[in-house]
Design a protein around this ligand. Structure first.
Ligand code: HEM
Length: 287
């Protein structure tokens, strides 16, 4: 089995990325979904009407992912966050956020493998996704490192506030927008600060890429809109009237998403942030 499994996974990945490429082509030749019609008819949130938001109660399972917690808070996933089928997760993130079917299969399937469970048959609780250095990693933008705060189910609001305040863009109506540069700069700060405060700190290249992938959803699915991102990150709530900013018929493919992910990751400059800290430390105190 120890050789068969990696070979089968390699074939499966090749299939998923070929499928993803096919979806890119379909997106090119088909018209976008109309504004107000991105969430499919009959799915929760169609027409911007999201099921009632109920914050988690004692004993409910939540995780380090604000987007999945928000789905549980609205009852799109079970409100207690428990016994969720991986296949149900695939189906529901497709309808809720308009990621492409390739992504909606790949990430839950990756999670099932990570937890040594069967994608087709098994279930998980949201908190299971917090397996450290599975997908969850150090230097997150919305959570303290798990060595410092083992419960990853709640946002660390000082980080979230700092991230939101760093938004430097504006749309044509004057709404605050988070940019790729803002995300890169805040990620650099978190990586340097987390390394300095967490004696167990680790962050290898795959987990850096997971970090930039997670954060890039704020620029793509949420279009960088601070009003919407604030609701998702602070209350883990989908705003009334919201729909995914991705209007492509087949949703956000890996091929398209990765353009943003690589831009964010490439822009992360820890040395620049360290130089800024050093300059601040060397500056004479204000009179
Ligand atoms: C497909 C199933 C998904 C799984 C298994 C998953 C899992 C995770 C995990 C484990 C984290 C924590 C990573 C860390 O340590 O920072 C995370 C963070 C995050 N995820 Fe998800 N996620 C999924 C889908 C989504 C979707 C669809 C969105 C957006 C629409 C999203 C947006 C985010 C954001 C914004 C973060 C926070 C990043 C940070 O704090 O640095 N995720 N996700």
């Amino acid at each position: 089995m120890f050789l068969v499994t990696p070979v089968l996974r390699g074939i499966q990945n090749l299939f998923v990325f070929t499928w993803d490429f096919g979806l890119v082509l379909v997106n090119i030749i088909t018209p976008n979904r109309k504004v107000g019609h991105v969430t499919p008819e009959g799915a929760p949130g169609a027409g911007g009407k999201w099921p009632e938001y109920v914050p988690p109660k004692e004993g409910d399972s939540r995780c380090s992912c604000p987007a999945l917690n928000a789905m549980a808070n609205h009852g799109i996933l079970p409100h207690d966050g428990k016994n969720i089928k991986f296949t149900e997760l695939s189906e529901k993130i497709r309808a809720t956020y308009n990621f492409a079917p390739s992504f909606c299969f790949f990430v839950p399937n990756f999670s099932a493998n990570m937890l040594k469970r069967n994608y087709k048959k098994d279930t998980f609780d949201l908190a299971d996704l917090d397996l450290h250095n599975g997908i969850e990693h150090d230097a997150s933008l919305t959570r303290e490192d798990s060595a410092l705060v083992p419960d990853q189910g709640k946002p660390h609001l000082p980080f979230v506030r700092e991230l939101l305040a760093s938004a430097s863009g504006k749309d044509k109506d004057g709404n605050a927008l988070l940019t790729a540069k803002d995300l890169s700069e805040y990620s650099a700060k978190r990586r340097v600060d987390a390394k300095a405060t967490n004696p167990d700190f680790t962050l290898d290249l795959p987990h850096k890429m997971f970090g930039s992938s997670n954060s890039s959803t704020m620029l793509t699915i949420f279009g960088g809109r601070i009003d919407d991102i604030e609701s998702i990150l602070v209350d883990e709530r989908i705003p009334d009237g919201w729909e995914s900013r991705i209007r492509k018929r087949m949703g956000l493919t890996f091929a398209s998403f990765n353009l943003t992910v690589f831009k964010v990751e490439r822009g992360i400059d820890e040395k620049k942030y360290k130089a800024k800290l050093a300059a601040e430390a060397a500056a004479p105190p204000a009179p």
